[in-house]
Write a protein that binds this ligand. Structure first.
Ligand code: NDP
Length: 362
């Protein structure tokens, strides 16, 4: 079987690729990358996955990848996934998420491919939720509160429409927050964990900067979520939508406290008004009964273990950066020493000429 993952270089996409390679050895995994994608999340998978260059906003490139791979299944995870950025870049967010998905679907149609497609929606689609609507079922009204959330609603409804209109085998999920190793540093759990690791390594003063600590979120380990994504295309019914979450809400303050309890040094917590969003969803809590009944899925990894792995990920990543810097330093010094501490006359002239050149943009 051939699987294509859009967003393979991202947080969930890299874990999904890893899960499939480990648990389903007969599957050939391909992924879409952009020419400037950072590959650190998939570096350990290079040679095991096939990477194809495309940008969701460019249908020509998307179609070319689909024609080359001809996948049996597509996990569509690529997105502008960061809520705060969507306030600053609403049109870009909509173009990537909604128009990008149209490009993917239309490419399938143009090539007469009808793979099973998973569309990764988000709990943010529910947006404003009233107290008597918690935990949220799939039938809850969608009242999105950010440009990102609106773009995910668009993806969700387009997926439904393409299924109804063209019989495409699309299954949607609405994932609640997931976290774990490799989570982007701009997201709250990772942002806290990275700051703690930086303080431990003496890279910043012992102050951790936070936003709204009252918001409550349903956190699931990313490794449990990607297992659910696989089951979505194994057992999910095309046209249907399924919530994926742990069914437990934790305040951001609780998450912070767990991480601080694992810290090797004491630190002060300081609220940064810059980190507060224009309108934050107060609580997101999943009712995943529909998905559980269909697949038997439930999360296996407790939040504490997830956060511990995330903190250790940052400790390891930052320490490795330090080691790489330290390794680079003596070589530079040695080179300078070899040249007698000062560059030779001719070399100095070259340096002067180089300085006068305009800075390269790429
Ligand atoms: P990330 O931000 O970590 O990854 C996003 C991925 O999308 C990257 O691989 C990125 O590639 C790719 N991408 C972005 N724009 C384009 C484009 N124009 N063309 C091609 N690829 C592009 O997101 P996550 O892994 O956290 O999320 C995956 C999906 O799950 C998203 O759809 C998100 O909305 C959804 N989701 C996530 C939740 C979470 O808690 N993580 C919760 C609910 C839903 P590049 O490396 O080039 O930037």
């Amino acid at each position: 079987m051939k699987v294509l993952i859009t967003g393979i270089t991202g947080f969930a996409g890299s874990h999904l690729a890893e899960y499939i390679l480990n648990a389903h050895k007969d599957v050939e995994v391909s992924g879409i990358v952009r020419w400037r994608s950072r590959l650190e999340n998939v570096r350990h998978l290079l040679g095991k996955v096939r990477l194809h260059e495309a940008d969701l906003k460019d249908m020509v490139s998307v179609k070319a990848v689909l024609a080359a791979v001809r996948p049996d299944r597509i996990f569509h995870l690529a997105a502008q996934s960061y809520v705060p950025a969507s306030w600053r870049l609403p049109a870009e967010t909509f173009a990537t998420n909604a128009i990008g998905q149209i490009n993917l679907f239309e490419s399938c149609r143009a090539l007469r491919l009808n793979p099973r497609i998973h569309v990764a929606g988000s709990s943010e689609e529910y947006g404003m939720v009233y107290p008597d609507e918690i935990p949220m079922k799939e039938t809850n009204p969608l009242r999105p509160l950010s440009p990102y959330a609106v773009s995910k609603v668009a993806q969700d409804l387009l997926a439904f429409q393409y299924h109804r209109s063209y019989g495409m085998r699309i299954v949607r999920t609405r994932g609640f927050n997931h976290t774990g190793p490799r989570r982007g540093e701009v997201f709250v759990t990772s942002c806290f964990a990275k700051q703690i690791a930086e303080v431990e390594l003496g890279k910043r003063e012992a102050v951790i900067s936070v936003g709204n600590l009252d918001a409550k979120r349903d956190f699931t380990d990313v490794r449990d979520v990607v297992r659910a994504y696989w089951l979505t295309l194994e057992k999910g019914k095309p046209g249907e939508v399924y919530n994926i979450g742990s069914g437990q809400a934790h305040s951001i303050k609780e998450v912070l406290d767990i991480l601080l309890s694992m810290s090797r040094v004491r630190m002060e917590v300081r609220v940064d008004p810059e980190r507060l969003r224009p309108s934050d969803v107060p609580i997101l809590l999943a009712d995943s009964t529909k998905f559980h009944k269909l697949t038997g899925w439930e999360p296996r990894i407790p939040l504490r273990k997830t956060l511990e792995d995330l903190l250790n990920y940052w400790r390891g990543t930052l320490a490795a950066e330090d080691t790489a810097l330290a390794a680079a330093r003596p070589a530079k010094h040695a080179a300078a020493a070899e040249a007698g501490g000062r560059p030779e006359k001719g070399a100095r002239a070259v340096q002067r000429r180089e300085k006068k050149k305009p800075a390269r943009t790429r």
